[in-house]
Design a protein around this ligand. Structure first.
Ligand code: SAM
Ligand code: SF4
Length: 486
């Protein structure tokens, strides 16, 4: 088995603390932000309305980044509800406004900063409103964020959500509060996330990451790898089944590294498959180096485990993979794909690819392009490398112009679109089992759902309801959608 671990930097040792700021500069920042065009008219749905009820305090959360962040938002709402907070979709009605953020790429951080500038108007119009930043970007920049956004009231890292109700309950909120302590043991196993309605529930199985790929900020902002106890996960899944959820998606940065004592991820999959009412099990993201024979065996033998796998590759040049410290070679990755495809017939594969990593030559890029053409992923998330301060690769600087990175990215996007369309076209005439999710977005009177291979399928409604699994015959396909008839 391939394996790889990295050393972890010392913990910050910081716990919750106040960052003294001159009231003048803070207030000036709030007023200034409001003047700098950030007080443009909000869309109708966001216009401020007078509060009609003082019953529950309201929290508005915008989520950026990956599925883990969406799951963390559900966790934050779950933490706040017992303290009298209700979620709202309208920032203008909220007492607390939070941006739950991502630090993976610089672009994501820029979007958050500009959004903060827009949201600060709620503080100027309704004094008492608290504006906070949670998640990976909060952990990444910590108190430095207050230089860029001095009007922030809260800066909370991913392991500090538990402190939120107490922070909000504090009388004196004049100074910004920063809580960014990483905690090797925090799994929030005892907190029930406040999930939205639907047929699919996201369940965080493990947090953090020990891999330290040289380009990636995750281990620094999410801390050490740790798993939620198996019993807690199974209790959660039974509860979800009782509430009517049909599909469970286990989440973790290296979800297949899951471990509880001598129980591993394969055990978790098998035990989950025993839960009545749960029809499908998925997980994201497994790391290729942790893809054990037992997990492959569990995927092959548990019918509830869906035939779909997101298996991030990043690059297909051994030189680049080694510099990324991914812990596998392209030959090992290819052998793994072969083994998976042999074990799980009809397996749909997706991947993450980065172009423009420092030192990536044209020949390295061509190797990635050719490998993608050969493996033929069903879909892929493709990114331009973004230098992240604090990572090993950051020190190597950028070796490619933005334009060249863009050119490479466009080449693989075009390739992948063609492959996805081609693979989907081959399903025309076949019948796929669709877990119905609800009305289709574009066609009135149509339903949408996902096939086992995680493809979006739309079809005219025949009276089936969300949660039903129905056979649908595919009549046409695009790169992103299968169109069918039930
Ligand atoms: N843990 C998963 C794995 O390694 O297989 C991936 C999780 S990461 C949050 C999601 C993806 O973001 C990565 O697979 C990678 O492609 C991309 N990513 C991470 N750091 C990046 C960076 N500095 N620049 C561009 N893309 C990045
Ligand atoms: Fe961990 Fe994935 Fe980031 Fe590598 S890319 S450090 S495995 S989260």
């Amino acid at each position: 088995m391939l394996s790889k671990t990295g050393s972890y930097p010392a913990y910050s040792g910081l716990s919750t603390y106040y960052v003294p700021s001159s009231p003048k500069s803070r207030n000036e920042a709030i007023a200034l932000a409001s003047l700098r065009g950030y007080n443009k008219n909000p869309p109708d749905c966001q216009r401020e309305r007078p509060e009609t009820t003082m019953d529950a305090r309201k929290v508005y959360i915008e989520t950026y980044g990956c599925q883990m962040n969406l799951a963390d938002t559900e966790l934050i709402v779950g933490l706040l509800k017992p303290h009298g907070y209700q979620p709202t979709q309208v920032a203008a009605q909220a007492d607390v406004i939070l941006l739950n953020t991502c630090a993976i790429r610089e672009h994501a951080e820029e979007r958050v900063l500009s959004r903060l500038g827009e949201l600060v108007r709620h503080k100027t119009r309704r004094p008492g409103v608290l504006l906070g930043l949670t998640g990976c970007m909060a952990q990444h920049h910590r108190e430095r964020l207050l230089d860029k956004a001095p009007f922030l009231d809260l800066v909370l890292g991913p392991d500090a959500y538990r402190t939120l109700p107490a922070l909000l309950a504090q009388e004196d909120k004049d100074e910004p509060l920063v809580s960014v302590r990483l905690d090797r043991d925090e799994t929030y196993a005892d907190i029930t996330p406040a999930r939205g309605e639907g047929v699919r529930a996201w369940v965080t199985a493990m947090r953090g990451c020990d891999k330290f790929c040289t380009f990636c900020i995750v281990p620094y902002v999410r801390g050490r790898e740790r798993s939620v106890p198996l019993a807690a996960l199974l209790a959660q899944v039974r509860e979800l089944a009782a509430q009517g959820y049909k599909e469970v998606v286990y989440l973790g940065q290296t979800v297949n590294a899951y471990r509880d004592g001598d129980r591993d991820f394969a055990d978790l999959l098998r035990r989950t498959a025993e839960v009545d009412g749960i029809e499908r099990i998925r997980f994201t993201s497994p790391h290729p180096a942790d893809m054990s024979g037992q997990v492959i065996e569990a995927m092959a033998t548990c019918p509830k485990v869906a035939p779909y796998l997101h298996l991030p590759l990043q690059a297909a040049s051994n030189r680049v993979l080694a510099r990324m410290e991914r812990g596998y070679t392209v030959e090992q990755y290819a052998a793994l794909v072969e083994r998976l495809r042999a074990a799980v017939p009809g397996l749909a594969l997706s991947s993450d690819i980065i172009v423009g990593f420092p030192g990536e030559e044209e020949s390295d890029f061509r190797a990635t392009y050719d490998f993608m053409a050969e493996v033929r992923y069903d879909s892929a998330f493709m990114f331009k490398y973004s230098a992240r301060e604090g990572t090993k690769a950051y020190k190597w600087g950028e070796t490619l112009a933005e334009e060249e990175k863009g050119r490479r990215l466009q080449e693989i996007i075009t390739l992948q679109e063609r492959i996805s369309a081609d693979i989907n076209q081959q399903t025309v005439g076949q019948t796929v089992d669709v877990l119905v999710e609800g009305p289709a977005k574009r066609q009135q009177g149509w339903l949408a759902g996902k096939s086992g291979q995680f493809k979006t399928v739309v079809f005219p409604s025949t009276g089936t309801r969300p949660g039903d699994v129905v056979p649908v015959r595919v009549v046409s396909a695009t790169a992103h959608t299968l169109v069918g008839e039930a």
